[in-house]
Ligand binder design. Structure first.
Ligand code: FE2
Ligand code: FE2
Length: 251
C-alpha cells in the first residue's frame, strides 16, 4: 500500500462525490415541492429493493474468502432479527416514506420509470463488467464500496435537511417525542466514509465503506490499479447522476 497512491485515490474520490453534490436535484433539495421529492424517494426505493440481489451477485464474483465474509455480513444486516419481529431495511425505508406524509397507496401504485429501469440495468451491467477489471477483487470491491456504500450515504446525507424539515429526525440524539428515521438516518451513519481520509482509518471506524476500504487499500498497489478504481468510480457517478437527472425537468 503506497500512501501517495491512496492520497490520490482519496482526493479523486472526493472530487467525484462533489460532482454528485452539485446535481440540480441536490442543489435544489430544499425548494423542490413535496410531490417531486416524493417521486424521487419512491423511485429511489426501487434501487434499494435491488440492493440485496446486486450484493448477492457481487458475492459470487468475489474471490477472496475474507471479502466474501464481510460482504455476507453486510447483506445479513439487511434482515435483522431471527424471529421475524424486526423490520427489514426495505420495510424501514417504506416506513420512513410513510412517516414523511406520503400515502401508502401512492408508494405501492408507483411503478419504475423507464429511466429507473435503465439505471437498474446499468448497475447490474457495471457489476458484471467489474469482472474484466478484477485483479484480485479490485473491480468488484471498488463498486461495492463506492456505488453501494459511499454514494448511498452521500445521497441520504443530502436528503437529510429536507427530511428533517418534513419532521423526520435523522440524528442519533433526537428529542424523545420526535419521529425518528428508521432508514435514512442509520444509513447515513453506517454506510458513510467515516474517516476524514482513507489514510486514517482506525480500528473503531467500522462503517460498511470502511470495512471494504481496508480490503481495497491492499489492492491499490500501483498506478494501473488506481486508474481501474477511478474509472469504475466515474462509471458509478454517471449512473447516479443519470438516475437523478430524470427529475431535473420538473425542478
Ligand atoms: Fe441497509
Ligand atoms: Fe451498507
Amino acid at each position: 500500500m503506497d500512501s501517495l497512491l491512496l492520497k490520490n485515490f482519496d482526493e479523486i474520490e472526493n472530487d467525484f462525490i462533489k460532482r454528485l453534490r452539485q446535481h440540480p436535484v441536490f442543489v435544489n433539495i430544499m425548494s423542490i415541492n413535496d410531490e417531486l421529492f416524493g417521486k424521487v424517494l419512491m423511485q429511489r426505493r426501487f434501487l434499494s429493493i435491488y440492493f440485496t440481489p446486486m450484493y448477492d451477485i457481487s458475492i459470487d464474483i468475489l474471490e477472496s474468502e475474507n471479502a466474501k465474509i464481510i460482504a455476507r455480513k453486510i447483506v445479513r444486516e439487511e434482515y435483522p432479527g431471527e424471529d421475524g419481529n424486526r423490520l427489514s431495511h426495505r420495510e424501514s425505508l417504506f416506513s420512513d416514506i410513510v412517516s414523511l406524509g406520503y400515502n401508502k397507496d401512492a408508494i405501492l401504485s408507483t411503478r419504475k420509470t423507464s429511466s429507473t429501469r435503465d439505471v437498474l440495468g446499468d448497475m447490474f451491467d457495471l457489476i458484471y463488467l467489474s469482472r474484466s477489471f478484477n485483479k484480485g477483487d479490485l473491480g468488484i470491491l471498488s463498486i461495492l464500496r463506492f456505488l453501494f456504500e459511499v454514494l448511498v450515504s452521500e445521497e441520504y446525507f443530502m436528503y437529510k435537511k429536507r427530511i428533517e424539515h418534513m419532521g423526520l429526525c435523522c440524528s442519533e440524539t433526537s428529542a424523545p417525542n420526535s419521529i425518528r428515521s428508521k432508514f435514512y438516518g442509520p444509513h447515513i451513519l453506517y454506510d458513510s466514509k467515516t474517516s476524514k481520509s482513507i489514510l486514517d482509518i482506525g480500528p473503531n471506524q467500522i462503517s460498511h465503506s470502511d470495512q471494504l476500504t481496508k480490503l481495497l487499500n491492499e489492492l491499490i498497489v500501483d498506478e494501473e490499479a488506481l486508474s481501474i478504481v477511478c474509472s469504475l468510480m466515474e462509471k458509478s457517478i454517471k449512473i447516479k447522476c443519470k438516475f437523478y437527472s430524470q427529475f431535473t425537468q420538473y425542478i
